[in-house]
Write a protein of this length. Structure first.
Length: 153
């Protein structure tokens, strides 16, 4: 089962792909929020069975302005592709991405400067691997396409 994950931002959307059987994910090139052609290519290339959206919450678990942006993107994917959309708490994913990229540079695995797009894509990978762990534990949070507010953490 192929799964795509998105770390939604105003300027860039981090993207990752993973396989549910292995629970492993890898970062893909970031997406510009208005680039529907790129999004369509992702769908053709990966034919995902599900999508995971990073769900931005404050440190105390409350929704914030970025949560509405993620909800809008989730709704767009649901309507455009008819795919199951799940949410995954993304608190600290950017910090974890920064730590991972810093270690990769220090160890020589990455021999160029870290770009903002690297951070976004790495955050999407971390979100997806976290979601695989949650799915294995039976703690899935589907996105609700309804007039009511999306589920909270």
């Amino acid at each position: 089962m192929a799964v795509l994950a998105f770390d939604v931002g105003h300027k860039r959307i981090g993207v990752a792909v993973g396989e549910a059987l292995t629970g492993n994910a890898r970062a893909l090139p970031t997406l510009h929020p208005d680039d529907i052609a790129h999004l369509d290519r992702l769908w053709r290339d990966w034919a995902p069975d599900a999508v995971v959206i990073g769900w931005p919450l404050t440190e105390d678990g409350q929704t914030q302005a970025a949560t509405a942006l993620a909800a809008s993107f989730a709704l767009q994917l649901q309507h455009r592709y008819g795919v199951a959309v799940y949410l995954c708490d993304e608190r600290y994913s950017s910090r974890s991405a920064d730590d991972h990229l810093r270690r990769a540079r220090a160890s020589g695995q990455m021999n160029r400067r870290v770009r903002k797009t690297d951070r976004d894509a790495e955050a999407a990978r971390i979100i997806l691997e976290q979601w695989f762990l949650e799915a294995a534990a039976g703690r899935l949070r589907p996105f609700c396409d309804s007039a009511s507010a999306p589920p909270r953490a």
